[in-house]
Design a protein around this ligand. Structure first.
Ligand SMILES: CC(C)(COP(=O)(O)OP(=O)(O)OC[C@H]1O[C@@H](n2cnc3c(N)ncnc32)[C@H](O)[C@@H]1OP(=O)(O)O)[C@@H](O)C(=O)NCCC(=O)NCCS
Length: 194
């Protein structure tokens, strides 16, 4: 499979140009993006990012699937499955749209829906889990819409900008997602379109 199709976006493998596109987006990141990015990593040079990308190409990690989200012709973000465990059939997910202006257009929901369909229907996973800043209301709303339920709260888990933040862990099981997904398709395809 060369790409995974959503309704508004396509998920495809990273190419070298995408490394630069993401790095360029990082250079003009708004405060929210800076804060969320900083959870994961300090600032990195383009050279370092390209070296990391090259290392991943030459020695791929079988427990990771990392894809670029494309809207129209443009790479707008990335979506990832980590720690894929084929025996217990679970994985962790991560999702990010790189630029503030690409948020709230339905891309994130569509990308995660497409990734979950693929994870459950093709990769044969049973459960997908993620962690999210407990104050990230937009992300939590998107995940709940797709069937994720909160399972726990790691209190004061991240130190950021001079204060600790709680982190929510959320997960969705294959049958929970499919029940929601069927409903979403039925609503989208209904004559009223409601
Ligand atoms: C979180 C993120 C992936 C969501 O993707 P997106 O494309 O912006 O989201 P969508 O447009 O698909 O959906 C946004 C939904 O949240 C709602 N929303 C927007 N702001 C909100 C807020 N402050 N509180 C609650 N809901 C909010 C929108 O109304 C919409 O809901 P609806 O579809 O039911 O109307 C994206 O905004 C992003 O990358 N943000 C920065 C990085 C990040 O937070 N990553 C997640 C880390 S776990």
């Amino acid at each position: 499979m060369v790409w995974i199709a959503g309704d508004r976006v396509t998920l495809r493998a990273w190419e070298r140009e995408d490394v630069r596109a993401r790095w360029e987006a990082d250079q003009t990141a708004d405060a929210e993006t800076q804060r969320l990015r900083d959870w994961h990593e300090p600032p990195r040079s383009l050279l370092r990012r390209e070296q990391e990308w090259e290392a991943e190409q030459s020695e791929p990690d079988a427990s990771v699937v990392s894809l670029v989200i494309v809207a129209g012709e443009r790479p707008v973000g990335d979506i990832n499955l980590f720690q894929i465990d084929q025996r217990n059939r679970h994985a962790l997910a991560g999702l990010s749209l790189w630029r503030a202006e690409d948020r709230d257009h339905g891309y994130g929901t569509d990308a995660m829906r497409a990734m979950l369909r693929w994870a459950f229907d093709h990769l044969n996973l049973h459960r997908v889990e993620l962690a999210v800043d407990a104050t990230n209301e937009r992300a939590i709303h998107v995940y709940e819409k797709l069937g994720f339920v909160p399972e726990g709260r790691r209190r004061q888990h991240h130190y950021d900008n001079g204060e600790y933040h709680d982190e929510l862990t959320m997960a969705v099981l294959d049958h929970e997602f499919r029940a929601r997904d069927r409903r979403a398709e039925a609503v989208a395809g209904s004559p009223a379109g409601a």
